[in-house]
Design a protein around this ligand. Structure first.
Ligand code: EPU
Length: 333
């Protein structure tokens, strides 16, 4: 038995019947050959930053610990950087920022690992990893063989990929290759970044400036999981029909919206939750973050069951008040 508390950023205590750290592709292939995997349920864990354990895990937890960052090719304009699945995401971002390779600087400080990033197409401040994603390599858990997925094959969407659907639980992501820009084309269009750069009197920002701005914004709103257990946004921002949005906005003029696919609109879940009265509410060891209503927090000693019960209460009250369904972004295990 291994307690998964150190392996999930919510800081939830949950026992796994077996726990293995995967340090090489060969080790994983041997485990598959020996039929150690597939004989019982298994779970692949990255940084544990998007997961909520609501009970003990009766099965094998495989922690992706694969390391290494290398340039696979480059030309005058681009560099293709291959990073192992167990690399810490923010360290990869800092590596690129220091080299002045552009494309992922807006994704600074997102907790988690490289291998987990494509699963939910991590995104922030106007950028998603699908924008720089070239390909990934993954071990097929059934066959032990290495397979490649290009951008299209990953079927990326808003916090979505094939790995949350038809390929769910079938692949262990060993590496991800990103196509980064040596002549960076910065994306500072997200309001908060522009405002902060102006405040800092930076007219011609560098990659490092954008990264610094993103880090400052995140630190001002999002709790550091080392200090306060959380998994970032607990819910997705709901995507609704434009006609539904129009009706909602009539009664709620402060409701913002962002364009989504097929003429639909994305509305901020944080706003809905705040308006429903949950922001900053604490219930013993758990609660809703005081600065970002989309983030549920564990003050210490909270359980997964308590957090999921709170999540359901929030879902019900937002549904009752606005008629909009919230769905969790975090994986509930
Ligand atoms: N807002 C509120 N109340 C709050 C917080 C925000 O009304 O307590 C409103 C703000 O006024 C703003 C809108 O909600 O108009 C959007 O807020 P914010 O820019 O903070 O972003 P978000 O939509 O709440 C998303 C991502 C974050 C990402 C930020 C920045 C999702 C589920 N979340 O949050 O990602 O960092 O945008 O791009 O899409 C994560 O996935 O874990 C995560 C933190």
């Amino acid at each position: 038995m291994t307690n998964l508390l150190p392996y999930n950023t919510f800081g939830i205590s949950a026992l796994a019947s077996q726990f293995v750290e995967v340090n090489s592709v060969l080790q994983l292939q041997n485990l598959i050959q020996e039929k150690a995997i597939l004989e019982e349920p298994f779970l692949i864990l990255g940084g544990g930053s998007n997961i909520l354990f609501i009970k003990n895990y009766e099965g094998l937890v495989l922690k992706n610990n694969l390391k290494g960052i290398e340039v696979s090719r480059e030309n005058e304009n681009y560099v293709w950087l291959k990073a192992a699945g167990g690399e810490v995401w923010h360290e990869l971002v800092m590596f690129c920022v220091n080299k002045n390779w552009g494309g992922i600087e807006n994704l600074s400080l997102i907790p988690g690992t490289v291998g987990a990033a494509p699963m939910q197409n991590i995104g922030a401040y106007g950028v998603e990893i699908k924008d720089t994603f070239e390909e990934l390599e993954a071990i097929n858990i059934q066959t032990g063989e290495l397979e490649k997925f290009n951008n299209e094959q990953c079927k990326f969407g808003y916090r979505e990929s094939i790995f949350k659907h038809e390929a769910k639980g079938r692949y262990f992501i060993t590496s991800v290759t990103f196509k980064l820009n040596k002549k960076p084309d910065l994306n500072t269009s997200y309001g908060d970044i522009e405002t902060l750069l102006k405040e800092w009197h930076i007219a011609k920002p560098t990659i490092a400036d954008v990264s610094k701005a993103v880090i400052a914004i995140r630190q001002s709103k999002l709790p550091d999981p080392v200090l306060l257990g959380n998994a970032g946004s607990f819910f997705k921002n709901p995507v609704i029909e434009f006609s539904v949005f129009e009706k909602l906005q009539k009664n709620n003029p402060t409701l913002k919206s962002f364009p989504a696919a097929d003429g639909k609109v994305k509305i901020p879940a944080a706003w809905l939750i705040e308006q429903a009265g949950w922001k900053g509410k604490r219930f013993e060891n758990i609660g809703v973050h005081e600065k970002q209503a989309l983030v549920l927090v564990n003050y210490g000693g909270g359980t997964g069951k308590e957090l999921i019960d709170l999540a359901y209460k929030i879902i019900d009250s937002v549904k009752a008040k606005f008629g909009v369904a919230l769905t969790p972004e975090v994986n509930i295990i």
